[in-house]
Design a protein. Structure first.
Length: 279
């Protein structure tokens, strides 16, 4: 089974390294660096707990795929060049960041489909939750903007990182990334979660320092109390595209200001207290 994990990791890494869809159209440079890959047991009690933590609308792996055994998760780290292009920005994302959000997520969807087909060719049932017919986004009165499957929470279950003050996931390669997952009936050992709690990689939660993402948000959606998803969503999906989408030639722009020029941009920040090892 460990050999199969290695094969799956290599399959994902190969597509990231070779696919034309993971390349800027003019320069040919990649949107994403080498991915991180983790595995969660479909029957991990955490997925049932998400119905309380996130909302009863959030689905468990078994509710999405009958016979689900494993959730395969990956992190697609945004390249240094793109992160550097976004660091000086204070209102809108850089063009490279917007292209990565738009075209990079198209590639992420291709990766989901590729892995599902790869598993099916080997006799395994598989489904990408975000591509399932039942997947939907909603505004829940308790938690605000949410969906029936959270890639961040799946990645946390797979030991790939912990949550931050701005609600992002700080992984071994930082917070600037895209995430994806596929559920399969293939039984694989889960990746251990090595952090002592679900917010450990964030300096604010770990030791009460940093909080630099607060000042990076141009609309005040982040405070020491956390992340206002409604304000953030209105800006990222309304104000920003209205301002720059046509100029950049994309429909989805993202923002990413709170994910760049911060200590967790591309690593788990060391801080004063030692951070736990993660993938």
């Amino acid at each position: 089974m460990n050999d199969m994990q290695a094969v799956i990791r290599e399959t994902i890494r190969d597509l990231v390294a070779t696919a034309a869809a993971n390349r800027f159209p003019v320069t040919g440079e990649p949107y994403f660096d080498e991915p991180l890959v983790g595995f969660a047991a479909a029957d991990d009690p955490l997925f049932s707990a998400y119905k309380e933590i996130i909302g009863d609308f959030h689905r468990t792996p078994g509710e999405i795929l009958d016979g689900a055994a494993t959730v395969i998760c990956w992190v697609l780290p945004i390249t240094r060049a793109t992160r550097e292009s976004n660091r000086p920005e204070t209102q809108w994302p850089s063009r490279s960041w917007a292209l990565t959000r738009n075209h990079g997520e198209t590639f992420n969807t291709l990766l989901r489909r590729h892995l599902v087909a790869w598993l099916a060719a080997r006799g395994q049932r598989a489904l990408a939750p975000q591509l399932a017919p039942e997947w939907r986004q909603l505004d829940d009165p308790r938690v605000g903007v949410a969906s029936t499957w959270s890639e961040r929470h799946a990645a946390y279950a797979a030991g790939l990182g912990t949550f931050s003050l701005n609600d992002g996931l700080i992984t071994g390669h930082g917070i600037s990334h895209r995430l994806g997952s596929v559920i399969t009936d293939l039984v694989l050992p889960p990746t251990p979660r090595t952090t002592p709690d679900h917010r450990h990689n964030c300096l604010w939660y770990r030791e009460g320092s940093c909080g630099l993402c607060i000042g990076r948000c141009p609309v005040g959606a982040i405070s020491h109390a956390g992340h206002d998803k409604t304000i953030c969503r209105e800006y990222v999906y309304g104000t920003v595209p209205a301002a720059v989408a046509e100029r950049y030639g994309v429909t989805q722009t993202g923002c990413g200001l709170c994910q760049t020029r911060v200590p967790c941009e591309a690593q788990v920040p060391p801080g004063k207290k030692p951070a736990a090892t993660s993938l």
